[in-house]
Unconditional design. Structure first.
Ligand SMILES: C[S@@+](CC[C@H](N)C(=O)[O-])C[C@H]1O[C@@H](n2cnc3c(N)ncnc32)[C@H](O)[C@@H]1O
Length: 286
């Protein structure tokens, strides 16, 4: 894998050399790094896949990423304020992270972040902790948030499983959004799908009773799997009286990945479940 940054053709001006380390406007520069030099000195840490943390099957494929100059600039400039590296090493105080005690919704896999930015703008009273491993998307979302003056978005870099398991407190989330997770259509890859019973048990432990879990997919066999595992899980109740899929709620914009699925004639299904009020806690006699 190349160690140098790649820039999209439309970018002619970059500022990736750290604070004050920009280049002359109008000049296209390939930034090469010495071995071990971080890609963005003030930006997200390398290895968001979390392989430093443990070896296990992951729900995403680490990708070689092309970062535009605009995204690189946003990562350098805004990451120290709005970024969260998922290193599994500490508990995150969400009130401190957002600077207020408003409800926090976790979005796993925001892609390029357009839908996230729109939801944040539509609902300023809700904080969105948006997590992905995809560096260009992190830069893009930071840029969108900055340009729109959004104060209720924070961007997590890394595996959401590690965030949920190691870094969030019980009952700390008011909602969970998983829009168009990687469908992993091949049978031998089904084990990589995010929405599985073990994942739901972990998520349930971090969600407040009554919190909304919202999933959407354009891959019908995955939608069926989601419906099965959510319906069977004791900690979640379907909001739909018929026990089926939900109409797309007004607050969810069309996403980039969804648009691609619709172009291929795919059917989109939304699922809306609530974290059950009861807890399956061991009794004092156990
Ligand atoms: C198919 S894309 C969908 C992106 C976006 N939600 C959309 O609809 O356009 C799925 C995204 O989920 C991310 N992802 C998958 N598993 C993840 C995990 N465990 N933690 C963080 N991000 C994850 C991938 O990197 C990818 O960007």
């Amino acid at each position: 894998m190349s160690d140098s940054l790649n820039f999209a053709p439309e970018d002619h001006q970059i500022a990736v050399g750290g604070p004050g380390g920009g280049h002359a406007p109008g000049v296209s520069v390939r930034h090469s790094r010495a071995k071990g030099e971080p890609r963005f000195p003030d930006g997200p840490q390398a290895d968001p896949a979390g392989s430093h943390f443990e070896r296990r099957i992951r729900s995403f494929q680490p990708r070689r990423s092309r970062v535009t100059a605009g995204q690189a600039d946003a990562l350098q400039r805004l990451w120290p304020h709005w970024g969260l590296d998922i290193d599994g090493q500490r508990i995150v105080d969400l009130a401190e992270l957002f600077g207020n005690t408003r409800p926090v919704v976790l979005e796993i896999g925001f892609g390029m972040g357009e839908a996230t930015a729109r939801m944040a703008a539509q609902d300023p009273g809700t904080n969105i902790l948006a997590v992905d491993v995809h560096t260009p998307g992190q830069g893009n979302l930071l840029n969108l948030a900055d340009r729109s003056g959004l104060t209720n978005v924070r961007v997590g870099n890394g595996d959401a499983i590690i965030l949920l398991r190691e870094m969030l407190r019980p009952d700390s989330l008011d909602g969970l959004r998983v829009y168009f997770p990687d469908p992993w259509p091949k049978k031998r890859h089904h084990k990589r799908r995010l929405i599985q019973p073990e994942f739901l048990t972990l998520a349930a432990a971090r969600l407040r009773p009554g919190a909304l879990v919202h999933c959407a997919t354009d891959w019908e066999p995955y939608a069926q799997q989601m419906l099965e595992v959510l319906s069977a899980h004791p900690d979640f109740d379907n909001t739909q009286p018929d026990g089926g899929y939900a109409p797309r709620p007004d607050f969810r914009p069309l996403t980039r990945f969804e648009g691609q699925g619709l172009d291929k004639g795919h059917v989109v299904n939304d699922l809306l479940f609530r974290r059950a009020e009861h807890r399956d806690q061991p009794s004092a006699d156990d």
